[in-house]
Design a protein around this ligand. Structure first.
Ligand SMILES: Cc1cc2nc3c(=O)[nH]c(=O)nc-3n(C[C@H](O)[C@H](O)[C@H](O)COP(=O)(O)OP(=O)(O)OC[C@H]3O[C@@H](n4cnc5c(N)ncnc54)[C@H](O)[C@@H]3O)c2cc1C
Length: 483
């Protein structure tokens, strides 16, 4: 019997789990995917929004501000890279300027410090490659950046280090309350618990509606991206937004914490919340819109495309707390679209404390502070590299040339508390396969290390679990088929 089971191992589920670990109890996170951060939390812009954009008085605005303020300290504790390069929201006509003024007013009401409207001359001094037809911009100095999946994996590790179970590869098919406790039905057996917490992102609607007298409608809104290779110096140092639309914050051009450029996302409502495909039309649309910001944009340095699914709640705000009209012990954080990443630390703190209070859980006296993720070899100075090698000769074997990832880091990623078990899992924890060749060089080596560490046969290694096999058999088998 668990005290609480969290459904969904995205940034929200992991933030709630990390907070709950502060308390005594038996907790689990369950996810249909075979790793943490396989939903929206791996495929977003990674912006820690300052909070100028959310409507004053909403949960989005309140939790965005609170969460964004928590990020620097949390990232320092977890050993996750965080930066605050600032952002510009660009206006190309007088109508856009009126929107900037409304956003500036909103930033004041929300309590975002430092925002101001600046003119073309100043914009081009800050970012010389911006379209010279720009007229004005809202300058947002508090806008930050994080790697969303690195942050989510670090939260999961911290929760697991404190005894939270991660039950991955388990699709939750139903929830039932038997009068005394909850049964979380999964394809691989049921989990009994006192409290259940729905953090299932785009999959949250059926779970909510099966237990609540107040149904919700979660609309799957897909966003498609281009990722450009890292270049030094970076062409842009700040996040460049266009003025927001009814569908969201619009297409941006933004650096990432690892020095790549990100272009996107689109915003298209789709019927299937798991359909994270990219489409010709979506990608053309993203490019077209981004060229208003950056007219000389070329696709020469594009290394991959991807898409993520926003869980847009029809009324437009986050839904957080006890599930209305459900038996007691049901909680949720649903409809967590942007700025959900920015708000995650605050949602985790508030919902985790709320559930702990409901459970009557005391503080966990043996709680361990997070073990920070070791500095990446690619980020080390020469002296740090020499010292790392001295300590562990596996730092002397390069696995991913593009991103400078060593064998020591790949092995560490697999041995972490919620360790990588797939090629994508290693990629998100180390960046091996994230670079220009997209795993062309390092995948066989990473597969070999996965086999050694997890005692697998090469044919058992997958890209992201399930039947996403990399190999289908021996070369000789294929040759026999051909003969
Ligand atoms: C294109 C895009 C851009 C964004 N940009 C930003 C940004 O720059 N800044 C920002 O602050 N926010 C941004 N966001 C929002 C942010 O990504 C989300 O708010 C956040 O990732 C939501 O986290 P989550 O844990 O709720 O959802 P998810 O990460 O989607 O996690 C939900 C998990 O639940 C699991 N699940 C679902 N159903 C079931 C089931 N029945 N059984 C078991 N498991 C289940 C899924 O497998 C998934 O792992 C963006 C989102 C998108 C899509």
């Amino acid at each position: 019997m668990y005290d609480a089971v969290i459904i969904g191992a995205g940034v929200i589920g992991c933030a709630v789990a990390q907070r709950l670990a502060l308390y005594k109890g038996k907790f689990a996170v369950v996810d249909r995917a075979h790793d943490v951060s396989e939903g929206a939390s791996k495929a977003n812009s990674g912006i820690i929004h300052a909070g100028y954009d959310a409507k004053p008085g909403t949960e989005k605005a309140r939790l965005n501000l609170k969460g964004a303020r928590m990020f620097p300290q949390m990232c320092a504790k977890l050993g996750v890279l965080y930066g605050k390069p600032g952002a510009l929201v660009l206006a190309f006509n007088e109508e856009d300027k009126a929107t900037l003024e409304a956003l500036l007013q909103q930033s004041k009401e929300n309590g975002v410090p430092g925002c101001m409207i600046i003119d073309r001359k100043r914009i081009l001094r800050m970012e010389p490659l911006v379209n010279p037809e720009v007229l004005y911009a809202l300058y947002v100095p508090e806008s930050g950046l994080v790697s969303p999946y690195e942050f989510t994996c670090a939260l999961a590790d911290s929760a697991a280090e404190n005894g939270v179970d991660f039950l991955l590869g388990r699709h939750v098919t139903g929830l039932e309350h038997n009068g005394s406790h909850w049964m979380v039905r999964t394809e691989h057996g049921d989990l009994a618990c006192r409290a259940v917490i729905n953090c299932a992102g785009a999959g949250a609607e059926p779970l909510h509606n099966s237990i609540s007298t107040k149904p919700v409608r979660i609309i799957a809104r897909r966003g498609q991206y281009y990722l450009l290779d890292h270049e030094y110096p970076l062409r842009f140092t700040m996040t460049l937004f266009q003025v927001p639309t009814l569908m969201g914050k619009g297409v941006l051009v933004s650096p990432t914490t690892h020095g790549n450029l990100l272009i996107g996302p689109t915003a298209e409502d789709i019927p299937d919340g798991w359909d994270a495909a990219t489409t010709r039309q979506g990608l053309f649309e993203a490019l077209d819109k981004a060229r208003l910001t950056w007219p000389s944009l070329s696709t020469r340095t594009v290394i991959t495309n991807f898409s993520g699914i926003r869980a847009h709640e029809a009324n437009g705000d986050f839904v957080i707390g006890a599930v209305e009209g459900a038996p007691e012990g049901a909680f949720e954080a649903i409809g967590i679209e942007s700025p959900g990443l920015s708000a995650a630390p605050a949602i985790g703190e508030e919902l985790g404390d709320w559930v702990a209070y409901w459970l009557g859980a005391a503080r966990n006296p043996s709680y361990r502070e997070p073990t920070p993720i070791p500095k990446a070899f690619g980020q080390m100075s020469d002296n740090e590299r020499a010292a790392a090698f001295e300590n562990n000769p596996d730092y002397g074997r390069m696995i991913c040339r593009c991103e400078q990832v060593t064998e020591a880091e790949v092995r560490h990623a697999i041995r972490r508390p919620v360790g990588a078990t797939t090629l994508d899992g290693v990629k998100r924890r180390t960046r091996a396969g994230m670079g220009r060749c997209q795993g062309g060089f390092c995948s066989p080596r990473v597969m070999q290390i996965l086999c050694e560490e997890l005692n697998l046969d090469p044919t058992q290694v997958t890209k992201f679990g399930g039947d996403s096999w990399i190999l289908s058999g021996e070369l000789a088998d294929g040759a026999e088929d051909l003969a």
